[in-house]
Design a protein. Structure first.
Length: 218
């Protein structure tokens, strides 16, 4: 009779013990067992019988034992699975070849920070300002001769005073806003290459005596 959890176990599901501690990831199904890849990059393997499943919940498999009991139960050795094909009258043994695949997991980490601030710098600027000033000119022109109003007195002199004015430039400084700076973040996507070493199983055939081996690719 097939175990009721057989159809519920899929490759990639998390495998946990009865206390919720993670053991590894579910791998291939081997008859009444399923493979569990444990350790870093799946370096440890366990072959757990379906009868050891306590429940499946939230895409995870819970076993009815503790994580430390797996080695004592002998689940660290691959079970021998045999099937009998009745129609042909012969007994076949199946050996499954496996290989590891790379899976990428992305984690968001802080790669840096940007801080904006202000500092005061000085530079020299020159501007042109139009200014006015007064200049004195003297005009002399002859007139029709006529008697003067007063006699000439050597002790007197007559002076005309004309004030001369000009504009002076004074500099005043007034702060004004010349630019506004905003900062934000946007997500960009790029492709990175990651690599790792994976293992795979290859078939090795050893024979003793006069044994003929025929390949059946069907």
């Amino acid at each position: 009779m097939q175990n009721r959890y057989y159809a519920q176990v899929h490759e990639g599901m998390d495998v946990l013990d009865r206390d919720g501690d993670k053991i590894g990831k579910a791998g291939e199904t081997l008859g009444s067992y399923f493979n569990v890849d444990a350790g870093f990059l799946g370096t440890n393997e366990y072959y757990v019988p379906f009868d050891a499943i306590m429940e499946t919940r939230d895409d995870a498999i819970y076993l009815n034992c503790d994580k430390d009991e797996l080695d004592r139960m002998g689940w660290d050795h691959r079970p021998e699975e045999r099937e009998t094909m009745a129609p042909t009258g012969r007994t076949d043994e199946t050996l499954q070849l496996r290989e590891e695949e790379l899976q990428a997991r992305k984690t968001s980490v802080e790669s840096g920070r940007v801080q904006l601030g202000k500092e005061v710098v000085e530079d020299q600027r020159t501007m042109e300002v139009p200014v006015t000033h007064e200049e004195v000119y003297v005009e002399r022109h002859p007139v029709e001769r006529r008697p003067a109003d007063t006699p000439i007195d050597a002790s007197e002199s007559e002076t005309i005073r004309v004030p001369v004015r000009e504009e002076h430039v004074e500099i005043e400084k007034q702060p004004v806003v010349y630019e506004e700076v905003g900062i934000g973040k946007r997500v960009t996507q790029e492709t990175k290459q990651v690599s790792g070493t994976v293992r795979r199983e290859e078939l090795r055939t050893d024979k003793e005596g006069d044994v003929e081996i025929r390949k059946d690719n069907s």
